[in-house]
Design a protein around this ligand. Structure first.
Ligand code: FAD
Length: 409
């Protein structure tokens, strides 16, 4: 379901047509970027070109009607909720590295059962079972110290010369290790490059600086019941709803940041909740989090409710006088204020970056000679950068490499 910039719902056929076309263009963009990468390492795509430039160009070729073209271009802003920054910041040269986002081809669907997708899995519950499984070996066998933050890492210059890696934590303790695998977020590394002694090799430091960090946040608004679903048996409300470039909220959203929700009531029981989930990114994230940070629960509620009311009040069957249409609770993340989260969400590849793939490779390669390794979403296989799966795979890869170094035991 899509609302235009005046707040009116677009006809379903129009939503369907433009959404299909948009994903077709995005797939073309991936292909164009991948072809250039194969041909000349992407050099044939100017470094400043963005995915937005590509979409605008293709929209002009595909659509005669100016209004439709404008709507399609506005719809392309939903890309921001995938990568955490606006579509005009997405590097075209390195769009191929975001192909995991292309999984959402069927993003606008009237099927309640969700986001159908040929390549990606969708977990309607939460990550706890997966987390339990992948953390089992560490939880069973490792010595895990909580409430300690690493503040410095001293490495030997040369593996062959012997010597250990010394990790200092914020309580002043110093811990010696044979090998150290740093899993701190990219944002943390960016702010703490000087914690390594000796400093990291210049190209590795540069890779950490080059890769940009996005700022994705979520706001959950829970109601007494899912008032937007009139017939819970049939549930024809789409999983995804988008408010394009709102021009009816000058007071609360003068920059016209688009808004979008996922409908958490659309999942099969017991995972359905009378909750809508707003995804925020870029400047909108920064604005909202700055406004609510350090505020009381009541102040947060009031601010967030005022901000989001113009959008959720456009959902079907909204009635300001009905108790079921008044939010019961609002929860907003504040990742960008969280040191342990690296003050952001995950890496993305913004126009202007020259060697994003090389930067990721350099981080992945780590400092083997110094017994220092890096993993996390920013060291993932290319198409999985920025994801949980990518972070896991990067760790598995480092585990294997260290295993090979020490040989079978
Ligand atoms: C709003 C949002 C939505 C997302 N949606 C998705 C999604 O739908 N699918 C998906 O796959 N991914 C999603 N992601 C991305 C995903 O969460 C990350 O890619 C993934 O968690 C990165 O894992 P990581 O291990 O690299 O880093 P993290 O999960 O950030 O782990 C880093 C760890 O390092 C610890 N740490 C930090 N500093 C220190 C220190 N100084 N000393 C000791 N420990 C420290 C932290 O406490 C943390 O435990 C989303 C992210 C955000 C913010």
């Amino acid at each position: 379901m899509i609302f235009d910039s005046c707040g009116n719902k677009l006809p379903d056929e129009m939503t369907e047509k433009l959404s299909t076309l948009l994903w077709k263009i995005i797939e073309e963009a991936f292909q164009y970027s991948a072809d250039a990468h194969a041909k000349d390492n992407g050099a044939s795509i100017p470094v400043k070109d963005s995915l937005y430039d590509f979409i605008r160009r293709r929209a002009t070729e595909e659509l005669q009607d100016e209004q439709e073209r404008e709507t399609l271009i506005q719809m392309s802003e939903m890309w921001g909720a995938y990568v955490g920054e606006p579509v005009w910041k997405q590097s075209m040269r390195f769009a191929w590295m975001e192909e995991c986002c292309g999984g959402g081809k069927s993003v606008v669907t009237n099927k309640p059962s969700l986001i159908i997708n040929i390549e990606e899995m969708f977990v309607a519950s939460n990550y706890s079972a997966i987390l339990g499984k992948i953390s089992k070996a560490a939880a069973d066998s490792a010595n895990i110290l909580l409430e300690k933050r690493v503040i410095s890492v001293q490495t030997p210059k040369d593996r062959c010369a012997g010597g250990q890696v010394y990790v200092t934590t914020n309580d002043g303790s110093v811990w010696p290790f044979d090998e150290v695998v740093m899993t701190t977020p990219l944002g943390w590394l960016k702010k703490n490059l000087d914690c390594f002694s000796p400093l990291l090799p210049p190209r590795l430091s540069l890779a950490v600086i080059n890769l940009k960090l996005s700022q994705l946040e979520k706001v959950f608004i829970t109601f007494p019941t899912a008032f937007w679903i009139s017939d819970s048996e049939r549930d024809s409300f789409p999983s995804y709803t988008n408010w394009l470039c709102p021009r009816y909220t000058e007071e609360t959203n003068p920059h016209h940041w688009p808004q979008e929700i996922w409908n958490l009531a659309s999942f099969a029981p017991p995972h359905n909740h009378p909750t809508i989930l707003f995804y925020l990114y870029g400047d909108c994230s920064r604005y909202i989090v700055d406004k609510i940070h350090h505020k009381s629960k009541e102040e947060k509620f009031t601010f967030l409710n005022n901000f989001f009311l113009p959008y959720y009040s456009r959902l079907p069957d909204f009635d300001p006088n009905r108790a079921s249409c008044k939010p019961k609770a609002i929860l907003a993340t504040e990742w960008l204020k969280d040191e342990l989260n690296g003050y952001g969400s995950y890496c993305n590849f913004q126009s202007g970056i020259e060697e994003a793939d090389r930067d990721v490779e350099i981080i992945r390669a780590s400092c083997v000679e110094r017994r220092l390794w890096f993993c996390g979403e920013h060291a993932a296989p290319f198409e999985e950068c920025g994801t949980v799966a990518g972070a896991y795979l990067s760790g598995e890869n480092i585990g294997k490499r260290i295993g090979e170094l020490y040989g079978p035991k």
